[in-house]
Design a binder for this molecule. Structure first.
Ligand SMILES: [Zn+2]
Ligand SMILES: [Zn+2]
Length: 287
């Protein structure tokens, strides 16, 4: 009782008006490190900001290593021990903060066994599944492919993305999937009601029992909207799909970014719980 009351008071004092009395802030489970070559600040710096902002739990999920050089925006396999050290350093420095160890894993059809191998390389608290690559090598959110989002190909790209996303969910390799409607990043969406794309993914989530995230990074991109769109969130809530809320921080200043807005959106569609992870076991906390 005492610790719950203290934690609630601390959250209120640290971040007035955000989560409200007796409500914990969401755990931020999607944070990167400089090992992926496009993030700044070390885990200790992210942890410090998390405490300042009243979070009680965070988790690192850097871009997963591949068996060999694959692209220039992920950890290399040889840096994995360094990753563990950096997270351990943050845990040592801030024992009052729960710090989880995760990975953001690219789902690429044909590479499933590699993810299984990675899963055995550490005592992960969670593995996130992401789709950044489509069959044929298209990079969904890479600026060098932005022009293809502006072309007549858009409908086809979205169809391919959501088919791959559904496969990622049904692979059963992950604890939750990231930024559901990532292809909207640059602000281009197909015509009409987009629920035609969301429906199979939400059904796959419901059938497999996998969770997903609200990812506030979309607010910082051209689409100026969280991932996923409200309609997806609404459908997922109706289907009973578990939810996490994450920032996708690539810099310490982004830890917990726009969490009050994300909490308000989740509650508006009916969510009253979030899930947390420890050693790939899921638990539920009030939202
Ligand atoms: Zn990244
Ligand atoms: Zn991602």
């Amino acid at each position: 009782m005492v610790s719950v009351a203290l934690a609630a008071t601390r959250a209120l004092v640290a971040n007035p008006g955000s989560a409200g009395p007796n409500k914990m802030q969401p755990a931020d489970y999607h944070m990167h490190t400089p090992l992926c070559h496009h993030a700044t600040g070390n885990p200790v710096d992210y942890a410090r900001v998390a405490i300042e902002r009243g979070l009680d739990e965070i988790g690192f999920a850097d871009h997963n290593p591949m068996p060999e050089q694959f692209d220039d925006w992920r950890m290399s396999l040889t840096d994995l021990p360094r990753y563990f050290d950096l997270v351990a350093e943050a845990r040592g420095k801030f024992p009052q903060l729960t710090i989880r160890l995760g990975l953001e894993c690219d789902f690429i059809a044909g590479h499933e066994s590699w993810i299984e191998k990675l899963a055995g390389m550490a005592e992960w608290d969670f593995l996130i599944g992401s789709v950044h690559y489509l069959p044929g090598g298209f990079e969904v959110d890479h600026p060098r492919h932005m022009s293809r989002h502006m072309s007549g190909e858009r409908e086809e790209l979205w169809a391919s993305y959501w088919k791959t996303y559904e496969r990622a969910i049904r692979s059963g390799l992950f604890d939750f999937v990231a930024h559901p409607d990532l292809p909207k990043k640059f602000g281009f969406r197909p015509e009409g009601d987009l629920r035609r794309f969301y429906e199979p993914a939400v059904r796959a989530l419901a059938e497999t029992g996998m969770a997903f995230e609200i990812n506030t990074a979309g607010l910082r991109k051209d689409c100026r909207e969280m991932y996923p769109a409200r309609e997806f969130l609404q459908m997922a809530h109706e289907a009973g799909v578990p939810l996490t809320i994450n920032s996708d921080a690539h810099a310490p200043g982004e830890v917990g970014a726009a969490f009050p807005e994300a909490v308000a959106l989740a509650r508006a569609v009916g969510y009253r719980e979030l899930v947390r992870f420890c050693k790939r076991e899921r638990s539920v906390v009030a939202l």
